[in-house]
Design a protein around this ligand. Structure first.
Ligand SMILES: Cc1ncc(COP(=O)(O)O)c(C=O)c1O
Length: 410
């Protein structure tokens, strides 16, 4: 079979990158999108066009994309029904001096779809919506401490420089999977914990069946709230996210990436008596009710309702995982896709984790050269066809073969 290796130049991308670092720290607004120096000459720093599951870079190279803008493009790039809804809304106006009816329409739809949602409020980014839930939980319980699990956005990341100690001390980050450390924290800080705030871990997400149920029981017993960060899991595992998939209903939750096919929109939702505290707490944003995000959300929700988007995300993800894993078995390479098909992680299983990171980086480079973009989590979208996934996973198999031939797995 002919090699899938492409004749490669990403020269224009790297020229622009070299200009960008003079004016933009890290040359990006999103840390995970920062081009990697070790992939200089291979990684496309700039993408300029998308269509379905494919994207084109500044130099004109074409890729099948499993990054999906880090998750939000659940239906596909330039999805006609969503783009048409945005264009139509643009004819009437983007932002107004009073609320727009779309706020009510979309909120009513979300209340029907999301198990914990009795009330809904809109913001623009996932992290600020998570911060809103933390503020509400503190106001509602009169307690300060939040136990966190996983990444909730930069505003809620207190382990980095720039956060005063009194604020840092109101958060405790604990691991995914076992409720024991959470039970110990409740014992150590009686009546001080306002909420447990949890984002699912992807590779071992199935632990959620017991872990999330245990957290629900624990928080109820101690008068604390349970908050789910559904920024990745919402409209991906199920429309109603991890709470629908695992059958555990939290008090509050945040949905963002999947709800508007890439137009910035987030929402925090939950129990009426907690959400109604918003007036007293004052959580308010000029851009919270912009109509383009809401028009995109309404159109996206229509597609999810009328077509089996969730079924397709699972089917395409399953295909990706199964064929990738069969390449690994055939080549005797210690690697596999782990986690659930709509949000799985390709994991190298060398005993040395530093080596695994090197292998993953190199694998990124080898698949890029064969026209495939991957990420730590690989996200199928509704526009990936069976043929697209077959093409991409064949390129992954060839990339693994090239790495094996070079002795990278010896
Ligand atoms: C689980 C999770 N929570 C929160 C966030 C932060 O969302 P945003 O970048 O929109 O603030 C992310 C972003 O990747 C995420 O994956």
């Amino acid at each position: 079979m002919a090699s899938m290796l492409k004749v490669w130049s990403v020269e224009k991308s790297w020229e622009l990158y070299d200009r960008a670092v003079e004016v933009i720290p890290m040359a990006t607004q999103t840390h995970s999108k920062a081009p990697r120096e070790s992939l200089r000459g291979v990684e496309p720093c700039y993408l300029v066009q998308g269509e379905g599951c494919r994207v084109w870079d500044l130099d004109g190279n074409e890729y099948i994309d499993f990054r999906n803008a880090l998750g939000p493009v659940t239906l596909g790039y330039r999805f006609p029904a969503v783009d048409e809804a945005i264009r139509r809304q643009l004819e009437s106006g983007i932002l107004f001096s009073y609320p727009h009816p779309l706020e009510v329409e979309v909120a009513e739809r979300l209340v029907k779809l999301i198990p914990c949602a009795e009330r809904v409020r809109f913001l623009k980014t996932g992290g600020e919506a998570m911060a809103a839930t933390h503020r509400l939980a503190r106001a509602f319980t009169g307690r300060d401490l939040i136990l966190t699990c996983g990444y909730h956005g930069w505003v809620n990341t207190t382990s980095r420089p720039g956060v005063p100690e009194p604020i840092r001390s109101t958060y405790r980050a604990l691991p995914w999977g076992d409720a024991t450390p959470y039970a110990e924290a409740f014992k150590a800080f009686p009546k001080q914990i306002a909420a447990v705030s949890v984002a699912c871990s992807y590779a071992d997400i199935e632990k959620g069946h017991t872990f999330l149920a245990d957290l629900r029981e624990l928080t109820e017993r101690h008068g604390a709230l349970l908050i789910f960060d559904e920024i990745v899991t919402g409209f991906r595992l199920r429309r109603g996210g991890a709470q629908e998939y695992f059958g555990v209903t939290p008090d509050l939750a945040v949905f963002a990436k999947g709800i508007s096919n890439g137009v910035p929109l987030s929402c925090y939702v939950g129990r009426a008596e907690v959400m109604d505290k918003v007036e007293e707490v004052v959580i308010s944003s000029t851009f919270g009710g912009d109509t383009l995000g809401l028009a995109a959300a309404k159109a996206t929700l229509d597609v999810y309702e009328n077509e089996d988007v969730i079924g397709a995300l699972w089917a395409r993800g399953r295909q990706l995982h199964e064929v990738f894993n069969s390449h690994c078995r055939r080549l005797g390479i210690p690697a596999s896709f782990q986690g659930l098909p709509p949000a799985g992680q390709p994991v190298f299983e060398h005993p040395d984790s530093v080596r695994n990171n090197e292998l993953f980086l190199r694998f990124n480079g080898e698949v890029l050269k064969r026209g495939v973009i991957i990420y730590t989590v690989c996200y199928p979208n509704y526009s990936h066809t069976e043929a697209d996934v077959a093409e991409a996973v064949a390129a992954m198999g060839e990339a693994l073969e090239a790495m094996k031939e070079e002795g990278m797995f010896d």
